[in-house]
Ligand binder design. Structure first.
Ligand code: KIV
Ligand code: ZN
Length: 512
């Protein structure tokens, strides 16, 4: 049997550090339960010392997950470790993940510490964390640019102090696969007590090499891979879970390793992350991009029809892309809806189902076929965003060649109705103007993009906006068969995320 690689998912921590990708507590919980279903072994739920909101989200997730290990990140201070432990101590399997930088560059400029001080601090932190749990991970930040012998010394002392996993991060995505493979082998060969710990890697994608580096490391002895769904994360992101897992799955002869991931849940999980974060996957993204299984050239189409293996190295069904996308229509009943939602991973209460069913019927009246992507929109907008400050109740626009575009909007602001009008260059500008006036917000629209959620002229339009206000940046996402309504929903979603960020200031990301 092939050896197992531990899948450590950090979508909710490093992934959430993607610019604008903040998630509210309900969204984090929804994603955490989906990641548990997907089969990740360890779920890094957040950085509890960063903010009260992060602490509460990590604590709620720790209390909810049934069998997945829940990790919390902490710098080396006692306060951070205390905070991390308080947030996860009630988890079925809690893990404290503490880290400090070990490269000369970081130690000198960022930490202003000597090697000896870093070594001492790391040991004390690991010892302190180990006084709470025997499941402690230690990361040497910027490991790939650190002096190798010093790195091994830090790892050796951390293991002696109680670390059960040692993590080699390529923090700035600088490594080249061959070099990262050598580094992994070096650490294993020169850390005398390495047998007492699992070797982990955490790669960033600045050179587009995160997955390649992770693969190089596991072929050289690492047995934990830190990954995120869709590869989201700080700057260019992290190793993408789906790429790493499917590489092992597709090339078992070359990579005789396995994971606990239920690959058929990869695509629904990827969609959920897009829905929640507003970060759209590029169409040519491996495994989960819209074109990943599309064949354009005639010669390719011909080959695929004769035998899919001519141009498909994986079956779309293996990653959860169903061959037939048509699911429900306006005559479908509550029962059919519930069972399709269950297949998609949504276990709704009767109350929630009632609400989703109502919205489903409204959509089915406008659109002949309601597909999985439409259902996901209904659930995300109808259930996960119920705690939002601003909700769209009504939108009416007037536009054309001979009138000044105007919009009348009714919102629920903290459940109180508010109505107003505005005008602009076009109907979307007018809708945004009235929403901004009603909410009293002054955000700057940094980006606006529209795409179709699925094929067909009746497809829902999917709008993403990027907003900035008082130095805070948030993404917003909305979908609707009417593109102006979709834009208004995306704008309101972005404003809600900005509100969330205002209420949950991150005060401890320095040093991450
Ligand atoms: O990239 C990095 O070094 C990290 C550590 C905190 C593991 O995210
Ligand atoms: Zn990272």
């Amino acid at each position: 049997m092939s050896e197992r690689v531990i899948i450590f998912d950090t979508t909710l921590r490093d992934g959430e550090q993607s610019p604008g990708a903040s998630m509210n507590a309900g969204e984090k919980m929804r994603l955490a339960t989906q990641l548990e279903k997907l089969g990740v072994d360890v779920l890094e739920a957040g950085f509890p010392a960063a903010s009260t909101g992060d602490f509460e989200a990590v604590s709620d997730i720790a209390g909810k997950l049934k069998h997945t290990e829940v990790a919390a990140l902490a710098r080396t201070s006692k306060e951070d470790i205390d905070r991390a432990w308080s947030a996860i101590k009630h988890a079925v399997k809690p893990r404290i993940h503490t880290f400090i930088a070990t490269s000369d560059l970081h130690m000198h400029y960022k930490l202003n510490m000597t090697k000896e001080e870093v070594l001492k601090t790391a040991v004390e932190a690991v010892k302190y964390a180990a006084s709470f749990t025997d499941n402690v991970e230690f990361s040497a930040e910027d490991a790939s640019r650190s002096d190798r012998d010093f790195l091994c010394k830090v790892f050796e002392t951390a293991i002696e102090a109680g670390a059960t996993t040692i993590n080699i991060p390529d923090t700035v995505g600088y490594a080249i696969p061959e070099e990262f493979s050598e580094l992994t082998k070096y650490v294993i060969a020169h850390t005398p007590n390495i047998g007492k710990a699992v070797v982990s890697v955490h790669c960033h994608n600045d050179l587009g090499l995160a997955t390649a580096n992770t693969i190089a490391a596991v072929t050289s002895g690492a047995r934990q891979a830190e990954v995120t769904i869709n590869g989201i994360g700080e700057r260019a992101g992290n190793t993408s879970l789906e790429e790493f897992v499917m590489a092992m799955h597709t090339r078992p002869n070359y990579l005789p390793l396995s994971s606990n991931i239920n690959t058929e849940l990869i695509y629904p999980t990827s969609r959920l992350v897009t829905m929640i974060t507003g970060i759209i996957v590029q169409p040519n993204k491996a495994i989960v991009g819209a074109n990943a299984f599309a064949h354009e050239a005639g010669i390719h189409q011909d080959g695929v029809l004769k035998n899919p293996m001519t141009y498909e190295i994986m079956k779309p069904e293996t990653v959860g892309l169903s061959a037939s996308k048509l699911v429900l229509g306006k005559h479908s009943g509550r029962h059919a809806l519930r069972s399709r939602l269950k297949e998609l991973g949504y276990d709704l209460s009767d109350e929630e189902l009632k609400l989703v069913f109502k919205k489903f019927k409204e959509l089915a009246d406008k659109k002949k076929h309601v597909v999985d992507e439409d259902l996901e929109v209904i659930v995300t907008e109808g259930i996960l965003r119920t705690t939002d400050t601003f909700r769209l109740e009504y939108l009416h626009v007037t536009c054309g060649t001979t009138v000044i575009p105007t919009a009348t909007v009714k919102l629920a602001i903290n459940d109180r109705p508010a109505q107003g009008a505005g005008y602009g260059n076009g109907p979307i500008d007018a809708a945004f103007d009235s929403i901004a006036k009603l909410t009293g917000t002054e955000s700057e629209l940094l980006r606006f993009s529209v795409s179709a959620l699925t094929g067909g002229t009746d497809a829902q339009g999917e709008v993403t906006v990027r907003l900035k206000e008082n130095g805070l940046i948030a993404l917003g996402r909305g979908a609707d068969p009417d593109i102006i309504t979709a834009s208004a929903k995306a704008y309101i979603n972005g404003l809600n995320r900005l509100e969330y960020l205002k209420d949950h200031p991150v005060d401890a990301t320095e040093g991450l």
